[in-house]
Design a protein around this ligand. Sequence first.
Ligand code: HEC
Ligand code: HEC
Length: 579
Amino acid sequence: MPLMSRLFAVAALLWLTASAPAILAQTQRPGSGGPAPATPAATPEEGIPVPSFVVQKSCATCHRRDEQNQLTRISYRRTTPEGWQQTVRRMVALNGVQLDPAEAREIVKYLSNHLGLAPEEARPAAFEVQRRLEDYTYEASSDVQATCSACHSMGRVISQRRTRSEWDLLIAMHRGWYPLIDSQGFRRMGPAPTGRGADGRPPDTRHPVEKAVDHLAQAFPLKTPEWSAWSATMRPPRLEGTWALSGWEPGKGAVFGRMVIAPVANMPDEFTTTITYQYARGGETVARAGRVVVYTGFQWRGRSTVGGDDDTSLREVMFVDRDWRAIDGRWYTGGYDEEGLDVRLERIGAEPRVLGTDITALRVGQAGQALTIHGAALPAGLTAAQIDLGPGVTIASVESASADAVRVTVDVAADAAVGMRDLFVGGASKAQALAVYDRVDAITVTPAWNMARVGGVQFPKMLAQFEAWGRHNGPDGRPGTPDDLNLGVVPATWTVEEFTAIYGDDDVKFVGEIDPRTGRFTPNIDGPNPGRAGERNNIGDVWVVASYQPEGAPAPLRARAHLLVTVPLYMRWDPSVTQ
Ligand code: HEC
Ligand code: HEC
């Protein structure tokens, strides 16, 4: 990708200012030749031995090995497969390490398995590897939040475990790269405190970066009970078999299907996948095939395509549950990994299971409503008597029934109570599967805030997808209370309107277009626009407005969300992984 090579060029330039030998040395070992760390550890810190032949062959030329097979720097930190891949890429790009792709893969796998994260450690940083656009705030330390989130995601920070010295060396690396970092990112805001605190103790005059590192060393140490427990029981999970797939693709809705997972010979942690699913809305079916590596016993990293066509490729980042019975995560693509679906897999056994329904709301007093129930291992020849949606809801007929799906026609009585209904089907159930409602009181747009980036010339576009959800105020008749009902996605009509920030604001004419039917916003092209005052870029703030007229309602319901259309991400420090 040309973007990535440009990024590496930028990184390489920065690299020239770094003082490599100082940050390479494992400074906590007396006599190792490196300078003393800012805060010396009282006793030499213990690392994790790396007896791997391929790692030693490729890395120990620079990262010295000691008699316990510990390698400087490498043995003193743990992270995700993405974290290791980034480091190895940096070693190749900037330190001239020579690796063929097979060796690089083996090294990343070895390090992710032996210096990885436990499930409990990896979960909180899932948004990072799943590339979710999330407004994450690290609550536990405002110093860390303030000093470490200016240039990259906090997810990168919280997916690391390091010894105290390794945290110090990480700061040294940042300083080497960014001689200006102390006056920019690592800045003290205002003068250091002087007076005693309320508790009578002397003031904490530590610099925010020192406080951040002190916090990180304590909160994210190399050795943890979670890791020692996980690494003792960790093994490649046995995933072969057939799994029920359910998911949600923003803008297109629920999908249901299956995945067949097959082992790869002599590779206990690698699998091939055959995937089929159907969009509940519209019925479009999709068939994909892919390949997966499971790192650290639970971290699914896969890729699948439709018929081998790279343009259809989706990257899969999922977590395998400890019991090997469920797998969940996100499949994504797009210039900014912004498109994709949330997916959950459940192992299909003899037990029948309900995955979901095509519609999620039934109207009071209406006969003949079509409903499809998606599931797995549903009993053959289901009859209406085996399907139960509670009082006032009658299964008028079963149109078709297979192990995966049951199509029924439903009548809802005029006096059926409004509320969520549990669904029972031939021994399986789903709590709060459908809402019974008498009217749509309001709609809401999700997400309430979204971002798009202009592109298409030098940079890719970042698209933004919106959805409109129907709401019922619930029995208390008041909006925003716990008894409100979510009625599911409604087919709204979409427009954009000016978000007036300055006098004569005209962003709406330039930022791009929303598909009136699907709620998908496509930003305009990047670069200065000669047709815009001051040749400004096609960026700005707009409202995305959904309008929906429920059956029988006197006027359409409206709701809106804020969309910021901004510039491309010119520099990206975390190139996405190619597995
Ligand atoms: C040619 C010398 C050289 C080789 C070979 C080398 N490295 Fe490095 N490594 C460095 C230098 C210099 C640094 C310090 C600067 C930095 O962090 O990029 C470093 C730093 C690191 C760090 C610490 C980075 C951090 O996050 O703070 C890790 C981990 C690492 N290397 C892993 C590896 C692995 C794994 C290999 C083998 C695939 C390897 N290195 C091979 C030179 C090398
Ligand atoms: C001025 C911008 C900036 C600030 C502020 C900043 N970083 Fe970084 N950080 C970078 C860059 C650039 C990289 C290297 C990107 C790469 O390797 O792809 C990086 C990489 C990292 C890495 C990955 C290292 C590796 O081995 O791959 C970690 C972890 C990290 N930073 C943590 C922190 C922490 C903790 C703080 C706060 C104390 C912080 N960063 C503040 C710019 C910054």
